[in-house]
Ligand binder design. Structure first.
Ligand SMILES: [Zn+2]
Length: 228
């Protein structure tokens, strides 16, 4: 899960666990959430959605939550959400779904000064990486989501201020550290953050492995915060 805090907007990307608790733990008010983007249907990216909605309801949110994603991801969000009967919850905020095309450079949303676009990665199920641009003079953030090395993700991340790339180290549908560093290098990204790390990941060894193609890197442990 990633939270992007840009002045009036807090954008949540994926919802695999207790997102509201994690936001609070990092001094971000969950009621400020303006949208959620789901990159793909896997449980570690979707499974926390019903809990997020329950927490927003308990916090008094009345505005529906805008949820963006490709069709299979939205279908999964609907399934996990519909596992709970919210009909008896008074003033439940509900959800507005916004489908995203599975094609390179697809538009996801434009809100305030934010523009978000997407391109498909190479994963075991349809999945999108994201490019988030702050048109108000801020930076460009690119996020690979789950993918093996993929040229469309290189293009998506072109000249990004920060590339957040997965390094699950389990080919063929995930990237190794070296793949993530290669993408950062080819995209001419200014900084690389490695996320989706496997259990037992050795930070120092990971930094050494990335340095062959790109450096320095940030090891994106849970709770890491970047300002740019
Ligand atoms: Zn996945």
């Amino acid at each position: 899960m990633l939270a992007v805090d840009v002045s009036s907007d807090v954008l949540l990307i994926d919802c695999g666990a207790d997102a509201a608790q994690r936001l609070c733990a990092h001094d971000l008010d969950p009621t400020r959430l303006s949208a959620l983007i789901i990159t793909h249907e896997h449980a570690d990216h979707v499974g926390g959605f019903p809990l997020l909605m329950e927490r927003l309801w308990l916090a008094g949110r009345q505005e529906p939550l805008d949820v963006y994603g490709i069709e299979p991801a939205i279908a999964q969000v609907r399934r996990v959400h519909d596992a709970f009967d919210v009909s008896a919850w008074p003033d439940y905020p509900g959800v507005r779904f916004h489908p995203v095309s599975l094609e390179e450079g697809a538009s996801v949303l434009s809100t305030g000064a934010l523009r978000v676009s997407a391109s498909p990665g190479l994963h075991s199920v349809p999945c999108i990486g994201l490019r988030i641009e702050d048109l108000g003079g801020g930076g460009v953030l690119a996020y690979s989501s789950d993918t093996a090395y993929e040229p469309a993700i290189v293009r998506l991340a072109r000249h990004a201020d920060v590339l957040v790339h997965e390094a699950t180290d389990t080919p063929p549908y995930h990237s190794r550290v070296e793949d993530a560093a290669r993408v950062a290098n080819e995209a001419r990204a200014k900084a690389l953050v490695l996320v989706h790390l496997p259990p037992g990941f050795d930070d120092a060894a990971g930094e050494r492995r990335a340095r062959g193609a790109f450096g320095p890197v940030t090891i994106g442990r849970d709770g890491v915060s970047l300002v740019f």
